[in-house]
Design a protein around this ligand. Structure first.
Ligand SMILES: Cc1cc2nc3c(=O)[nH]c(=O)nc-3n(C[C@H](O)[C@H](O)[C@H](O)COP(=O)(O)O)c2cc1C
Length: 233
């Protein structure tokens, strides 16, 4: 399975090690995997210049975004990871997600998303994976990602070496079960009802209000204001 991983930290701690276990189960070899580490691979904050809503190639950080977008297009599964930092994603993950506001369905959705699966992996010492994963779920839903899987775990540790053996066995079992589910679904990926519902609401908005001409052009050029749908051939 072709997988893109965006790590919400450069630290090779618990979140990284759990992600590696997923990759072992999901991929046939290194050629299937593209990995990007934040902040190294997208080091800047969004400046709020609004250029991407006209043309995403005009983003001042496009040199970083372009590489990642290309890998995103090719991937069947996108994995985003983040340890819990004060109940939310790391600052670098939030800054990264801000750079992809243009591909929210309210603007210029990326048609490949409607046929992809995504997995969110988060670890906390004791609490906060739910709200952390929600930070990423919001973007994935509005990007139109067809199926979203989540794995959040309280590791009761600040590093992988400190995680108890009992916990590591529980984690391994979960990883194996979820990997089987993801692989099983990969044969035919169809969007969730939520994503389809959001698509139709946004389609209505584009047709009725035409807030931003480049967005309307994007929808028109894909035929989505007519009969075409991004999840159908
Ligand atoms: C700045 C910071 C904030 C944190 N906030 C929380 C928190 O809100 N809740 C929690 O349970 N753990 C919190 N932690 C602990 C980490 O989420 C936890 O140890 C995690 O497993 C570390 O992941 P890593 O080993 O992949 O870096 C925080 C750690 C740091 C560095």
């Amino acid at each position: 399975m072709r997988v893109l991983v965006i790590y919400g930290t450069q630290r090779k701690g618990s979140t990284y090690h759990i992600t590696q276990r997923f990759l072992e189960k999901l991929c046939d070899g290194e050629n299937d995997i593209k990995e990007f580490f934040l902040p190294k691979d997208s080091p800047n904050f969004c400046r709020g210049c609004f250029q991407c809503f006209t043309d995403n190639a005009k983003c001042p950080d496009y040199q970083y975004i372009k590489r990642i977008l290309e890998s995103m297009q090719e991937a069947e599964l996108i994995i985003f990871t983040s340890p819990v930092y004060v109940y939310h994603v790391t600052g670098q993950m939030k800054a990264f997600l801000d750079h992809f506001g243009f591909q929210w369905m309210a603007h210029q959705p990326n048609e490949t998303m409607f046929r992809k699966q995504a997995l969110i992996i988060s670890t906390a010492a004791g609490a906060g994976t739910k709200s952390t994963m929600k930070d990423i779920v919001d973007s994935f839903n509005f990007w139109g990602v067809a199926r979203i899987h989540k794995y959040g775990v309280n590791v009761a540790a600040i590093d992988w070496d400190q995680v108890s053996n009992k916990k590591k066995i529980q984690i391994q079992n979960k990883v194996e079960k979820l990997a089987v589910k993801i692989k099983g679904k990969s044969k035919k990926v169809t969007p969730s009802l939520k994503v389809k519902g959001l698509f139709y609401i946004m389609r209505f908005m584009q047709r009725k209000f035409r807030f931003n001409e480049p967005d309307v052009k994007h929808w028109e050029s894909h035929g989505w204001l007519g009969k075409k749908r991004p999840w159908k051939d």
